[in-house]
Design a protein around this ligand. Structure first.
Ligand code: ATP
Ligand code: MG
Length: 180
């Protein structure tokens, strides 16, 4: 399920609609400090259902919306889209191309779309967890993550191994079932 495109609109420093295309092989993104490299990986985690504003270096989830600059007014919404080639059907969908979208408005209202149809956060998280990827998986190592893993408590480290072993999904299902 190669990631083909990332489209950012109003997310953090990306005030203009920006499309990043990923070709086969390795893509490197380079730029000076503060140019938005980390914002790109955060945008990917955000669409995948990241729920912690702090882990996106904000206080509140609305902080992901472009806050304005000397030259530009703040925006009132942010939208990020991930486009996957799903011809291998690694994502549990019949679609050959899977488009996952997340939007947020200044009033805090948030929406998820799967191939342009509204879905719940739970659906997005399940889609990625089942495929072995999730917003907090080791598939994405953000700045500072290596230090965090090395300094984590045994319980947290266990979670990392469970995710890598693919049992996290079943554990979450069990926890949901026990609550019902
Ligand atoms: P480094 O090389 O230092 O790791 P980087 O390329 O990873 O830098 P980022 O941390 O992605 O850079 O980008 C930081 C920039 O994003 C800062 O200039 C910050 O002001 C800007 N930024 C973050 N949130 C917003 C927002 N909501 N609105 C506008 N700009 C934002
Ligand atoms: Mg960075």
């Amino acid at each position: 399920m190669p990631l083909q495109q990332l489209v950012l609109n109003g997310f953090k420093s990306f005030a203009d609609k920006t499309t990043i295309r990923f070709n086969n092989g390795i893509t490197g993104i380079v730029g000076p400090n503060g140019s938005g490299k980390s914002n790109i990986t955060e945008a990917i985690r955000w669409v995948m259902g990241e729920g912690s504003a702090k882990s996106l270096r904000g206080e509140n989830m609305k902080d992901v919306i472009f806050a304005g600059s000397q030259m530009r007014a703040p925006m009132n919404h942010a939208e990020v889209e991930l486009i996957f080639d799903n011809r291998d059907h690694q994502l549990a969908s019949d679609e050959k191309e899977v488009i996952v979208t997340r939007k947020i408005l200044r009033n805090g209202e948030s929406d998820y779309l799967l191939n342009h149809h509204p879905v719940r956060l739970k659906d997005v998280r399940t889609l990625f967890i089942e495929s072995g990827m999730s917003s907090d998986s080791l598939g994405i190592i953000s700045q500072g993550k290596v230090d965090e893993i090395l300094n984590s408590k045994p319980q947290q480290r266990r979670g990392i191994f469970e995710e890598a072993a693919g049992v996290l999904h079943f554990k979450q299902q069990k926890e949901t079932a026990l609550k019902q």
